[in-house]
Design a protein around this ligand. Structure first.
Ligand code: HEM
Length: 163
């Protein structure tokens, strides 16, 4: 029962997070340096409140619920770790979007945000990788050297800790 609630929370939060990562670059790219103050103010409010009150909290909830799911479902599998690497990239892209939101505010409308296309391409590709990994759960060979899994029974190259 708890598993269903945590997974539901995870999926609801990640839908909001991913939708925000697609919407924010599109909204930011609508800014024109020559636009009226009223339009600029509206765009600033949408992007600032969208990022700080919706998209970032959704990311935190998605990650917290996902972390709990790892332990509830005991999924310590290579596909899960590959998924975490891709999620790390999504977090980096999230920060990049936040950086553009801040630049828009600090430069008082004189900053022209970059085109949304390259950012959206990377964001969508990363989401596709994450979804493919979690839904297909592909068998990824364990690439760690065997000796890392076996106790070597060696002493630490240090003196014993003084008591
Ligand atoms: C640090 C971030 C994340 C962690 C720790 C995490 C972890 C997990 C875990 C442990 C499960 C349960 C897997 C299972 O029941 O077999 C799960 C399910 C899922 N995750 Fe995540 N996840 C994270 C982020 C994401 C993101 C960003 C997406 C999408 C872009 C995503 C999409 C999904 C989906 C669709 C499921 C349901 C899969 C199913 O029931 O078969 N997750 N996640």
């Amino acid at each position: 029962m708890i598993l269903a609630w945590v997974k539901g929370l995870h999926i609801a939060a990640l839908i909001l997070w991913c939708a925000g990562l697609v919407a924010l670059p599109l909204v930011l790219s609508k800014h024109d340096v020559a636009e009226e103050q009223a339009n600029y103010a509206r765009l600033r409010k949408i992007t600032h409140y969208g990022y700080t009150r919706i998209v970032t909290p959704a990311a935190v909830v998605a990650i917290a619920a996902g972390t709990l799911l790892i332990f509830l479902r005991q999924v310590f599998e290579p596909w899960m770790f590959a998924k975490l690497v891709a999620v790390g990239l999504l977090v980096a892209l999230h920060s990049l979007v936040g950086h553009v939101v801040v630049l828009m505010s600090e430069r008082r409308g004189e900053y022209a945000p970059p085109s949304s296309k390259p950012l959206l391409a990377v964001v969508l590709a990363t989401m596709t990788v994450v979804l493919t990994l979690v839904l297909a759960k592909p068998v990824i060979p364990d690439l760690t050297p065997a000796w890392l899994d076996i106790p070597q029974n060696r002493q630490l190259p240090l003196e014993a800790t003084p008591t």
